[in-house]
Design a binder for this molecule. Structure first.
Ligand code: SAH
Length: 482
């Protein structure tokens, strides 16, 4: 097994040759152009896009069959013709002239390999198996693509700009290392991520002025974990979970999601009932503050989205009042997830023009909800925390003039393997919930679109529906009249 020597080549302004005029040659030419090379493409014919590039002067075109003279003056060549024999003769001619050549999909004939790349320029990660297992390089690349923060490029550029100053302030290697550790783990990266480049630079300069050992400042990220399905976590949520020192999570956040977090992060279940009593909101505030003040990166992980019936607004206001650095990572809220996983479009041409997210819980009991919003037959209602309140809610909807045969769907444990969907109409809602022993977490969808739950179920058990209600042909009816 020949082991290659890895290198990054500076091709700016240098002539290079690509042999072939199809899609593969075009991809290679595009990558070379991006690296600043002067690209000549040699082929009898070019595809439409390459021909356009030739017309525009972005590339030069050698029209005709390959002759070794094409290689004169070239620094590098790529054989991308799709014709094995031709590619082999390009490789042989390049070898004879001591020009590095790559033959697409032919490791044995290639003098150099083109790696799979994760681009956070100026940080670039190249992955190669020297052509042995391209699928494996792709897999590794995808993993890195997911885990490497998109702001790392900006961080690298910032460090580059201040390199001389960093060197001056930290002449000793150990001090410099400590500084770079701080730079990589501290507040600069989140500031860049949060589109605050000036503050990021100021933080760097302030740390340089203060000398070594600038203590790491704690921070809190309010993160939405989505409805429970680990695949519905955002990439940003995953990255923040990977950096967390402490995770304060709700009960609704499942084990599958917590398993994705940094192994040695401390996990605190603040949704748990301690001695029969729930951890109070005030105590959650104090816990977040205390951990952040100790310099830790705190993740406050909530079900769904932190700003939808999640008290995220109060937590953000509290933390900001106490000067804690904060960020908010949205999550997929229960209404969106439950509707999607039950096959119910929340808006649908001809059936529903708007959606209202509401809760019939505690202070916001059914009788204080906005009457106009509830009465509008062309508005879908997504009711959170409604399980214990369905009776009062159904009565209110009927009193406001909603038809008793308005479709409803209850989605319990939406997006999870144990998801249940119960379909019916407002008139039967209290009995339905009782008969099927609906338990929290469950979301109630009210409106014409809810009838789709029966027709378009695609996840989990098909919906339970009483035999008495005739199935409404929801989408089909609308499609028929255009
Ligand atoms: N911030 C959360 C909502 C918290 S309130 C969000 O954006 O989704 C808790 C309520 O959300 C539950 O009572 C239930 O009505 C709803 N809910 C959350 N997850 C759910 C799920 N997987 N299935 C059904 N309802 C869910």
């Amino acid at each position: 097994m020949k082991k290659p020597y890895p290198l990054f080549a500076d091709l700016h302004g240098l002539p290079v040759l690509v042999v072939g005029g199809g899609a593969v040659a075009r991809r290679k030419a595009a990558a070379l152009l991006e690296a600043g090379a002067r690209v000549t493409v040699g082929a009898p014919r070019l595809d439409a896009e390459l021909a356009q590039w030739a017309d525009d002067g972005r590339i030069a075109w050698r029209r005709g069959g390959f002759v070794p003279d094409w290689l004169d003056g070239m620094w590098l060549a790529i054989a991308a013709s799709g014709d094995r024999a031709l590619n082999a003769s390009v490789a042989a001619a390049a070898d004879a002239r001591r020009i590095f050549a790559n033959v697409v999909d032919d490791a044995a004939l290639s003098r150099f390999h083109v790696p799979a790349v994760v681009d956070r320029a100026p940080l670039v990660v190249a992955v190669s198996t020297a052509g042995a297992a391209p699928a494996l390089s792709r897999r590794v690349r995808e993993t890195l693509e997911r885990t490497l923060d998109h702001a790392l490029g900006a961080l690298a550029a910032l460090a580059q700009r201040h390199r001389a100053r960093i060197l001056r302030c930290h002449a000793d290697l150990a001090g410099r290392r400590a500084f770079y550790d701080w730079l990589h783990d501290g507040p600069v990266l989140p500031l860049l991520r949060n589109a605050r480049p000036r503050e990021a630079e100021q933080a760097l300069l302030a740390a340089l002025e203060a000398g070594t050992g600038a203590p790491r400042k704690g921070s809190v990220a309010l993160v939405g974990a989505g409805p429970g399905h680990p695949g519905l976590l955002t990439l940003q949520a995953l990255r923040v979970l990977n950096e967390a020192d402490v995770i304060l999570h709700d009960q609704l956040v499942g084990r599958g999601i917590l398993a994705l977090a940094r192994r040695d992060a401390e996990r605190i279940d603040v949704g748990k009932r301690c001695g029969g009593r729930r951890v109070t909101q005030e105590r959650i505030h104090r816990l977040m503050l205390a951990h952040a003040r100790e310099g830790r990166r705190v993740v406050r992980l909530k079900g769904g989205d932190p700003f939808v019936f999640g008290r995220g607004g109060e937590e953000l206001a509290f933390l900001r009042r106490h000067g804690v650095t904060c960020e908010v990572v949205p999550g997929i809220t229960a209404a969106l997830a439950c509707a999607a996983f039950a096959g119910v479009p929340l808006t649908h041409r001809g059936l529903a023009q708007s959606v209202c997210l509401l809760t019939a819980h505690g202070k916001d009991a059914a009788d204080t909800l906005d009457a106009a919003a509830l009465a509008d037959a062309r508005q879908t209602l997504a009711v959170y925390m409604g399980v214990e309140r369905v009776e009062a809610l159904a009565a209110r909807l009927l009193a406001l003039g909603r038809a008793a045969d308005t479709p409803v769907a209850i989605v319990e444990n939406g997006s999870l393997p144990e998801q249940r969907v119960i379909a019916g109409v407002i008139g039967d809602l209290p009995q339905l919930a009782k008969r099927h022993r609906v338990r929290s977490p469950a979301l109630l969808i009210v409106g014409a679109v809810a009838a789709c739950a029966r027709e378009h179920a695609w996840f989990g058990e098909p919906p339970a529906a009483p035999a008495t209600t005739a199935p409404a042909a929801c989408l089909a009816a609308v499609e028929a009249d255009g």
